[in-house]
Structures are given as structure tokens and as C-alpha cells.
Design a protein around this ligand. Structure first.
Ligand SMILES: [Zn+2]
Length: 219
């Protein structure tokens, strides 16, 4: 473009017609420059839009709360079953977290953890507190009325009673592996009668590697 302008400026001394040609070419050149800078700024602003757009693969709320429940389950000392629960209020704020374990003050090194024994008193069942109970008892709000509970395993009948009495409005669970047991059948009966909704959350998908990449490689 610069070369084009110079060659026409040489023709300036030749004739008035050339002068007008020069003016024309100059304005053409200017307009070309203008369009070039416009296109540059346009492409720049497009790339800025790309950079500043929000992430699309962030965790949805249900996945997030269920993941918190699963993380809590990792605190459990139970060798056969680790369950976590997370209670969330209507503003999507976590108000209680719990996992299955022995009652406070009961040394879990002295308590039985087996699932079966000749004497039921030598199994964990008469003693262990389920995740739902602990999440309700650990609440950091005045109450959990109208809240949702995210729990890894469908609640048993004892926990269903607690959920109902605490005023929890719905239960979101991932596994229902004891669906046909009397405890789960009784639980569904109670929850249905009390109008507590329950639904299965389809999946949890967390990609820690994408976060790791940002922290370790500054991409
Ligand atoms: Zn239970």
C-alpha cells in the first residue's frame, strides 16, 4: 500500500490529472488503512470476547453438592460402607455435612465394625450414626426446614424419619442398591406419605485435571 502511494506521488509532477489521481489514490490508501485498522480492532475485540467468556464445563449445583457428600464420606472409618450427606438451603448454601460414624465420645477403636456376628451387639448396626443423622445434627443454621439433602445412598427408614421430622423437603441420592430391602421399602412409604420428594442424580463428573493444569502450568 505504501509502495502504491509513492509511485503515484512520482506522477504528481507530470500533469494535473496525475494530481487528481494522486489525491484519489491517497484517499484510497487512507481508506484502505482505515479498513485495515478496523479489521485489526475487530479481530482484537473478537479474541477478547473469546478469552473473557465464562467456562462451560463448570460443576452444576447438584453435582457440586453430591461431590461434597462424597468427599465427606471419605472421613468415614466404616470399612464396608462410607456414606456422606450434604444439606443445602434454598439459597444453595450448605448448612450441614455428615458421614457415617460412631457417636461422639464413643471410641471407634473400641466399637465393632463388622456387618455380621453371632450376637448383633457385636456388629456395627446398633451403634453407628448414619450420615443423614450427622448432617442434620451438624447443621449450622437454626433449622433445616425446606432444605434439600444430597446423600450418596438412598436413606434407610430410620433416616427417613429424621428427614421428615427435620422438615427437609427433598432428597437427592446416587445409589439405591438396597432398594428391595424392608428398610428402604419402609423409607419410601414414609417419604411418600410425608410428601418428601426424592430423586436420583444421574452422574457426578469432576475433572480435577483441568484445575490442576491451571495451577501447575499457568495456562
Ligand atoms: Zn439411615
Amino acid at each position: 500500500m505504501i509502495h502504491f502511494s509513492l509511485s503515484l506521488s512520482l506522477s504528481l509532477s507530470l500533469s494535473p490529472l496525475s494530481l487528481s489521481l494522486f489525491s484519489l489514490s491517497l484517499s484510497l490508501s487512507l481508506s484502505l488503512s482505515l479498513s485495515l485498522s478496523l479489521s485489526l480492532s475487530l479481530s482484537l475485540s473478537l479474541s477478547e470476547v473469546t478469552v473473557t467468556r465464562k467456562r462451560q464445563d463448570y460443576l452444576e449445583w447438584p453435582e457440586y453438592f453430591m461431590a461434597v457428600a462424597f468427599l465427606s464420606a471419605q472421613r468415614s472409618k466404616d470399612p464396608s460402607s462410607q456414606v456422606g450427606a450434604c444439606i443445602v438451603n434454598q439459597e444453595n448454601k450448605i448448612v450441614g455435612i455428615g458421614y457415617n460414624g460412631m457417636p461422639n465420645g464413643c471410641d471407634d477403636d473400641l466399637m465393632p465394625w463388622s456387618r455380621s456376628a453371632e450376637d448383633k451387639l457385636d456388629t456395627k448396626y446398633p451403634y453407628v450414626c448414619h450420615a443423614e443423622l450427622n448432617a442434620i445434627m451438624n447443621k449450622n443454621s437454626a433449622d433445616v426446614k425446606g432444605c434439600s439433602m444430597y446423600v450418596a445412598l438412598f436413606p434407610c427408614n430410620e433416616c427417613a424419619k429424621l428427614i421428615i421430622q427435620a422438615g427437609i423437603k427433598d432428597v437427592i441420592y446416587l445409589s439405591d442398591k438396597y432398594h428391595d430391602s424392608p428398610e428402604m421399602t419402609a423409607s419410601r412409604r414414609l417419604l411418600n406419605l410425608a410428601g418428601v420428594q426424592y430423586r436420583w442424580v444421574i452422574k457426578i463428573a469432576m475433572h480435577f485435571h483441568s484445575i490442576k493444569k491451571q495451577y501447575y502450568f499457568h495456562t
